[in-house]
Design a protein around this ligand. Structure first.
Ligand SMILES: CC(C)(COP(=O)(O)OP(=O)(O)OC[C@H]1O[C@@H](n2cnc3c(N)ncnc32)[C@H](O)[C@@H]1OP(=O)(O)O)[C@@H](O)C(=O)NCCC(=O)NCCS
Length: 195
């Protein structure tokens, strides 16, 4: 279980880095947008204090472990455009859960894929996880597409697991095993592979 400041992860266009208090306004922009929280477990934020609270929780977790929450920032400007995290660490079984959200102005550019591909690499290689789980609303098609592109497999639905936005919502479970990812990486690198 990570119990120190998580290392910065860099990709071609992004930096995944720990939160700072300077992220408050940008984080608020992400989660005060009704489109972003349409399938999230809480309503749209209305107060800057809610952003400050998420940052405080992330900082506490950097010291105490149990949650590894990253700001997804544009490499060129360091502006926060979203978040991603690993939580629910179960050391004996080497598994944890993945969460993510991107500001709606940044959807459709492949940023979420790029960020999560790096985070998953960190989870499998540095944290030695064997299995990573994601729990999404089955109506969240952008999220399902993203998970499938990352190599996750659909594992089943739990009906009416959440009550949010005035209605019950189902959970669709997705899982990524280390061996699925190894198979993808091998097929991408083997000569003659077509993609
Ligand atoms: C889930 C979420 C992160 C997906 O974001 P996204 O931008 O669709 O995902 P990606 O970063 O993988 O981008 C893929 C899209 O960018 C397009 N794209 C453009 N340039 C690209 C590039 N260079 N590389 C890859 N994809 C690119 C792809 O064609 C794809 O579009 P499509 O799905 O219409 O075919 C976003 O919808 C979101 O934040 N939703 C709200 C929060 C949420 O629901 N989180 C999950 C709850 S558990």
């Amino acid at each position: 279980m990570p119990d120190i400041l998580p290392p910065v992860l860099t990709t071609a266009r992004l930096r995944l880095r720990p939160f700072t208090h300077n992220d408050t306004a940008a984080l608020f922009r992400v989660f005060s947008d009704a489109e972003v929280v349409r399938f999230w477990s809480t309503g749209a934020w209305t107060e800057l204090a809610q952003a400050e609270q998420m940052i405080e929780e992330a900082m506490l977790a950097y010291r105490e472990g149990g949650l590894s929450r990253y700001a997804i920032a544009l490499a060129a400007t360091d502006e926060l455009i979203g978040i991603c995290n690993l939580r629910g660490f179960f050391a004996q079984n080497r598994r944890c859960e993945l969460g993510y959200a991107l500001g709606s102005a940044h959807w459709g550019y492949g940023y979420a894929f790029e960020a999560l591909d790096a985070l998953l690499g960190y989870a499998f290689i540095n944290l030695d996880m064997n299995r990573i789980e994601a729990d999404i609303d089955p109506r969240n098609t952008a999220s399902a597409r993203l998970l499938e592109r990352l190599g996750f497999r659909y594992e089943g639905t739990m009906p009416e697991r959440w009550f949010v936005h005035g209605e019950f919502a189902d959970t669709a479970y997705y899982g990524l095993l280390r061996r699925y990812r190894d198979e993808r990486v091998l097929s991408r690198s083997s000569p003659g592979a077509t993609g």
